[in-house]
Ligand binder design. Structure first.
Ligand SMILES: *Cc1c(COP(=O)(O)O)cnc(C)c1O
Length: 374
C-alpha cells in the first residue's frame, strides 16, 4: 500500500503531468509571467464555471479577503461579524485594517455560522458579515442574505474551502462564493482547486466592485504611476494560472472522488456512538475540503495518536479558535463566549482526504478507526 498522506498532491499531478508540463513550458517560452494571457483566460473560464460576472485573480486567499474589505471601503472601527472557528486569515485581515472582528458561534453539525447568533451580534457599527464556508459546505446563505438586507450590511464569502460547492436556496442553485457582494477563494496547493504555489481570486457580480477590486490589487492605480486610492500588490501569476486552467477542468471529478472517500468513511463509522459524522447541510452539497469527525469523551487526541502509530496522518482543524488565540483574545469574547466553537476545538479530527485515496488506503484508515472503538 502506498503511504497515506493527508493530501496526495504528487499522485494527482502524475495524472495530468503531460498537460501541466506543456502549459508551463509555454508560459516560460513566452516569458509572459505577469498578467499574461493565461491569467485572463483562467479568470474567464472560472467565471463561466461559477456563473459569476467577474473573477479577479490575486496572490493568495488572505490577500483576497483583505482586498475585499478595502474595495468595500470599510473604515477602522467598523465591525465585521465572522466565525472564530476558522483559519486565522479570515480574522487577521480585519485586525490589519483596524476593523473590529465580532465573532458569532457556529452550528455544531455543519461547523458553519449560526444565523441566529449572527443576527444577535449586529450593532449600529456592524458593516459586514463574513460567512466562512468551512470544510467544503456553504453556510446558510439565504439566512445571511436576509440579515445583510435587513441591516444593510455587506456580505463577503470566505469560499477558500468550498470552491465548486452548490448552494440551493431561494435563488436556485448558485456556486459557493457568488451570492454575497464579494466571494474569495484560495488556490493554496492543498485546497480543492490548488495551484503549485500561492494563488487566490475574488468573485463579484458587481461591475463597480470588480473595478475597485482590480484597482486595489494593482497599487490603487488604473493608469500607471497615478494612484487614486491606497492599494496593494496582489497578482495571480501566469504559471499558476496555466496550472489552474487545467485543474479547473477536473474540479467536478475531483469533488466526486472526495465524496466517494467521504461515503466510505460514513459507511465504516456509522454506529460508533463516540463519533459524530459530518452533517450534510440541507442547502449545500459538500465538496469535502476536509472530512471532519467529532470525537466525544475527550478521546480525540488518543485516537489521533492511535492512527499515527499505524501510519495514518490526521489533523485538528482548528485546535484553538480565533477568539482564544493570543493575538486576538480579550475584549468582548472571553473563554466560554462561543460554546459550540470551543467544544468543536476540543472534539474535531480531520481524516486524510484527497482525490487520490484508493480502496486499500481507505480500508486501512477505517479499520484503524474502528479498532480504536471496538
Ligand atoms: C486557506 C484559507 C484562507 C487563506 O488562504 P491563503 O491562500 O492560504 O492565503 C482563508 N480562509 C480560509 C477559511 C482558508 O481555509
Amino acid at each position: 500500500m502506498k503511504a497515506i498522506q493527508m493530501v496526495d498532491l504528487v499522485g494527482q499531478y502524475e495524472k495530468i503531468k503531460p498537460e501541466v508540463d506543456a502549459a508551463l513550458q509555454e508560459v516560460i517560452s513566452t516569458a509572459a509571467f505577469i498578467n499574461g494571457p493565461q491569467v485572463k483566460a483562467f479568470e474567464q473560464e472560472l467565471a463561466e464555471y461559477l456563473k459569476v460576472k467577474h473573477v479577479i485573480g490575486c496572490a493568495n486567499g488572505t490577500d483576497g479577503l483583505q482586498v475585499a474589505m478595502m474595495a468595500l471601503g470599510l473604515k477602522p472601527g467598523d465591525e465585521v461579524i465572522t466565525a472564530s472557528f476558522t483559519f486565522v486569515a479570515t480574522v487577521e485581515v480585519l485586525a490589519l485594517l483596524g476593523l473590529v472582528p465580532v465573532f458569532a458561534d457556529v452550528l455544531p453539525g455543519t461547523f458553519n455560522l449560526d444565523p441566529a447568533d449572527v443576527a444577535r451580534k449586529v450593532t449600529p457599527k456592524t458593516k459586514a458579515i463574513v460567512p466562512v464556508h468551512l470544510f467544503g459546505q456553504s453556510a446558510d446563505m439565504d439566512a445571511m442574505l436576509a440579515i445583510a438586507r435587513e441591516y444593510n450590511l455587506y456580505l463577503v464569502e470566505d469560499a477558500c474551502q468550498s470552491i465548486g460547492a452548490d448552494h440551493s436556496g431561494a435563488n436556485g442553485k448558485r456556486k459557493s462564493g457568488t451570492m454575497g457582494d464579494i466571494g474569495v477563494t484560495s488556490f493554496f496547493p492543498s485546497k480543492n482547486l490548488g495551484c503549485y504555489g500561492d494563488g487566490g481570486a475574488l468573485f463579484t457580480n458587481s461591475d463597480e466592485l470588480a473595478h475597485k477590486i482590480r484597482r486595489v490589487c494593482n497599487h490603487g492605480s488604473e493608469q500607471r504611476y497615478y494612484h487614486e486610492v491606497v492599494g496593494v500588490n496582489s497578482r495571480l501569476d501566469s504559471l499558476q494560472a496555466a496550472i489552474l486552467r487545467i485543474k479547473l477542468r477536473h474540479l467536478d471529478e475531483y469533488a466526486r472522488a472526495r465524496n466517494s472517500a467521504a461515503a466510505a468513511y460514513d459507511q465504516a463509522f456509522a454506529g460508533i456512538a463516540e463519533l459524530t459524522l459530518p452533517e450534510r447541510s440541507p442547502f449545500s452539497n459538500h465538496v469535502f475540503h476536509q472530512y471532519t469527525l467529532r470525537v466525544a469523551g475527550g478521546k480525540r487526541d488518543v485516537l489521533k495518536k492511535h492512527l499515527e502509530n499505524q501510519g495514518i496522518p490526521s489533523m485538528v482543524y482548528y485546535p484553538v479558535p480565533c477568539h482564544l488565540q493570543h493575538a486576538y483574545k480579550g475584549g468582548r469574547h472571553p473563554q466560554g463566549a462561543l460554546p459550540n466553537t470551543e467544544q468543536l476545538a476540543r472534539e474535531v479530527l480531520s481524516l486524510p482526504m484527497s482525490t487520490e485515496l484508493d480502496a486499500g488506503q481507505l480500508q486501512h484508515i477505517t479499520q484503524a478507526v474502528r479498532s480504536f472503538f471496538h
